[in-house]
Design a protein around this ligand. Structure first.
Ligand SMILES: [Zn+2]
Ligand SMILES: [Zn+2]
Length: 254
């Protein structure tokens, strides 16, 4: 299995619009972050989690020339802005792309991109809309995944597990069933939007992440969906030994 972090940034990316860096050192390329997204290659099948504003650039920057399935975590724009672009991807490859979302997220997609669902076939040509369960197993491209939801503001954000790897983006609370689904992980990639600065904003900080780590004991942890308050070098001394920060283009072979 190959994983590429396509984007490690929070909703506003970094630097933010008008070149705002906040607490980031502008001299470190690892502080330049696209909106959060992940690529997984499993048994030759190509999966992407979320399709935010930089989706096209993320694929092109990493020389990814095909995808089979996209899993959408929730309806915030930093995770769905490029969903309409998937139709273009289908036409250029002449094969369908599965787009998976929960019932809640599908409602958000329909509100945001009504033109894709109102019978205008061109806008959704080639997209095969699939429904994610809120909790449990699903099979995409012949590969079995597990999904469960985490709380994020008033939303529920779908999280994913494949074998001993799991990905959790936007969250502030993980339920007991979620924690049970996370037992025995070799790798956990998890949102740590606020870093060392706790804030009630629907996201997590390093202390929240440490509580999860101390409950489920994953072997390796990578923090992603990082805001402009999370400088790559600043936070390093506060991280436990098995925890590191994501950066765009980070590649992991498992
Ligand atoms: Zn987000
Ligand atoms: Zn969100």
């Amino acid at each position: 299995m190959k994983i590429i972090i396509l984007g490690s940034g929070s909703a506003y990316g970094s630097p933010m619009i008008f070149n705002q860096w906040d607490k980031l050192n502008a001299g470190n390329p690892k502080n330049i972050r696209n909106r959060a997204s992940l690529y997984m290659e499993i048994e030759g099948k190509k999966f992407v989690i979320d399709a935010g504003p930089e989706f096209r650039l993320e694929l092109n920057q990493n020389n990814i020339t095909d995808i089979d399935s996209v899993f959408i975590t929730h309806g915030h724009y930093d995770h769905i802005a490029s969903v309409p672009e998937l139709s273009r991807a289908c036409t250029s490859k002449a094969h369908a792309i599965e787009v998976w979302s929960s019932e809640e997220t599908e409602k958000e997609l329909k509100q945001s991109f009504g033109f894709m669902f109102n019978g205008a076939e061109k806008e959704s040509a080639g997209i095969y809309w699939r429904r994610l369960p809120n909790l449990g197993k699903f099979i995409s491209q012949g590969i079995e995944f597990q999904t469960f939801q985490v709380r994020h503001h008033k939303f529920h954000c779908s999280s994913f597990r494949y074998q001993d790897f799991a990905y959790i983006t936007d969250w502030e609370e993980i339920s007991q069933s979620g924690l049970e689904a996370l037992q025995g992980l070799k790798l956990l990639i998890i949102e740590c939007n606020n870093g060392l600065y706790p804030e009630k904003n629907g996201h997590s900080d390093l202390e929240n992440v440490k509580r999860v780590i101390n409950t489920i004991h994953p072997e390796r942890v990578i923090l992603t969906h990082l805001s402009c308050r999370v400088d790559y070098d600043d936070i390093q001394n506060s991280l436990p030994d098995n925890v590191e920060l994501a950066y765009d283009g980070m590649t992991i072979e498992m």
